[in-house]
Design a protein around this ligand. Structure first.
Ligand code: AMP
Ligand code: MG
Length: 513
């Protein structure tokens, strides 16, 4: 396995400075050699900036002019190691498509360490991970690289999800290069720099549990609890069992995250247990899709032949995955009933979270009696006619705003989305009746801040990718701008909120990335 550094030049020698008081720390590395393999940098020739997020940058105290610095560009391309970082790839296992897949691990991701703010700063330390930075001992049959198209999709979607208020790993940048990568056809390599307080997955726990490495399993759980779930130590619920409380806390976060996915129409596409974050973050953007036409059975991953990860199945799959985590934590919890009790939380938290999300979409400040029926009924109408999901909710929000000022306001823009006018009129009548009980202004304000105008539809990603392939990165920047303010009217970017063009349905996204 040769590092692909042939022809590399241009390595900058200027230092990559951090903001005052910030420093590299390496807490994952301190766990010890059982948890990872050290990695040497594998440079690519002449990297260039494809996109970067100023908002992600603010999380790590990076100087604003970092993108003008050759040193930072080289670091984020995986060409140069920052002083103080300790590059490594972590080992994990997992269930893929419902089957135990054995050892996986970071096959193309390198963790540099975490950038830690000065004491009293308020921000949490962020791990810096380079995805697509070359071969690791866990690369198996892969080449350790990521292609430009999937890197652009991950970059944009990470930042879009964050702006939508959905927990996610962040993306700082995409660095491109002309380094060739072979998938179904020749493509070029890119590196996404991802940020998260931790990239630990359910699969990390499954790994040590499967191999009966219980001291390491405990060490990992203690590490995560101490850093991210300290309340589990003092929680008196579940017999005061810290590991059961940890499982319950992860269950809650996961349930809330998936409820947000469903509400915004996000299909993850590969909900394997190695793609489930222990912090309840959306992680590993691959063949994901924001729904265009509403189809509960939509399968966004071309490789998912059985439809295991179809849109409507996501809440159940998350629960299934949590059971895998529960099974993995059983040697620490040491009590099957407690483990099940922790997991059972899902059955109350998920419906509550879903109801809360749907209430907000409908403009209700709290969950209302009979609301679930109201929401289900309109979703059913939308499913029958494959109505565009985001456009429906946005138009409904605008109608509610207009109606607040003029109760006789016509509703053509919503009705026009349906052929079955009788069905939608009957629903709108029921809905209007509820709106009359809400103080003026409140419903529309809530809806316009809940139902996004801009989502990363597949065809938008495709526009950015096609332009980027010709080294025109302006569409990446424009889309980032749209998605950073998904609830705002942005007249210059209006076309990104349009119905998808006909060719959008022909886009096929598989696991190949
Ligand atoms: P994913 O389905 O993308 O989450 O990946 C599943 C596993 O395959 C993980 O262990 C990845 O690190 C690994 N993997 C995916 N693509 C590559 C690649 N091009 N080179 C090496 N490993 C890869
Ligand atoms: Mg993955």
């Amino acid at each position: 396995m040769l590092p692909d550094n042939k022809g590399m030049h241009d390595i900058s020698t200027e230092p990559a400075g951090l903001a005052p008081g910030w420093q590299w720390t390496n807490s994952f590395a301190a766990l010890g050699a059982d948890f990872y393999s050290p990695i040497a940098m594998q440079p690519v020739a002449q990297p260039y900036v494809v996109g970067h997020s100023a908002s992600a940058q603010r999380l790590i105290g990076l100087p604003t002019d970092a993108w003008q610095s050759g040193a930072w560009q080289q670091i984020f391309a995986g060409n140069q190691m920052p002083t103080g970082a300790q590059p490594l790839s972590t080992v994990y296992s997992g269930h893929q498509f419902g089957v135990w897949a054995g050892q996986l691990g970071d096959g193309r991701a390198v963790l540099l360490g975490e950038l830690t703010p000065p004491p009293g700063h308020g921000d949490t330390a962020q791990e810096i991970q380079l995805k697509g930075a070359g071969l690791t001992p866990y690369s198996r049959m892969g080449d350790g690289r990521a292609v430009l198209r999937s890197s652009i999709r991950e970059f944009l979607c990470s930042e879009a999800m964050n702006a939508l208020g959905i927990p996610t790993t962040r993306a700082l940048s995409v660095m491109g290069s002309d380094h060739p990568v072979y998938r179904e056809q020749p493509e070029t390599a890119a590196v996404v720099t991802r940020l998260a307080p931790s990239f630990i997955r359910f699969g990390h726990f499954e790994h040590f549990s499967h191999h009966d490495l219980h001291p390491q399993l405990r060490q990992l759980a203690d590490y995560v609890i101490d850093r991210f779930y300290p309340g589990c130590r003092s929680d008196t619920g579940l017999n005061g069992n810290a590991y059961a409380n940890f499982l319950q806390a992860v269950t809650e976060r996961t349930a809330k995250m998936v409820a947000q996915w469903q509400a915004v129409g996000f299909c993850h596409g590969v909900m394997n247990t190695d793609n489930m974050s222990i912090l309840g973050l959306t992680i590993d953007y691959g063949p994901f899709q924001f729904l265009d036409a509403f189809d509960p059975g939509h399968i966004c991953n071309h490789s998912d032949n059985q439809g295991r990860y179809a849109f409507y199945k996501q809440p159940n799959v998350a629960y299934w995955n949590l059971y895998c985590l529960g099974q993995a934590l059983l040697p620490l919890i040491e009590d099957q009933e407690l483990t099940i009790a922790a997991l059972e939380t899902y059955k109350t938290i998920y419906p509550q979270a879903q109801d809360a999300c749907m209430a907000a979409k409908l403009g209700f400040a709290g969950v209302q009696d009979g609301q679930r029926e109201l929401a289900d009924d309109v979703l059913r109408l939308m499913a029958v006619e494959r109505v565009d999901y985001s456009i429906f909710w946005r138009r409904l929000s605008h109608w509610v705003r207009a109606r607040e000022n003029n109760p006789s306001q016509q509703i053509h823009s919503v009705r026009d989305l349906f052929v079955d006018r009788v069905g939608i009129d009957a629903w709108l009548l029921r809905y209007s009746e509820r709106l009359t009980h809400i103080p003026r202004g409140l419903a529309a304000d809530l809806m316009l801040a809940t139902n996004p105008k801009y989502v990363l539809r597949n065809h938008l990603g495709e526009l950015a990718i096609q332009a980027a392939k010709t080294k025109d990165f302006s569409v990446v920047a424009q889309l980032l701008q749209a998605f950073e303010h998904p609830f705002d009217e942005q007249p210059a970017l209006e076309s990104f909120a349009d119905l998808p063009p006909d060719w959008a349905s022909g886009i096929s996204i598989s696991c190949s990335s």
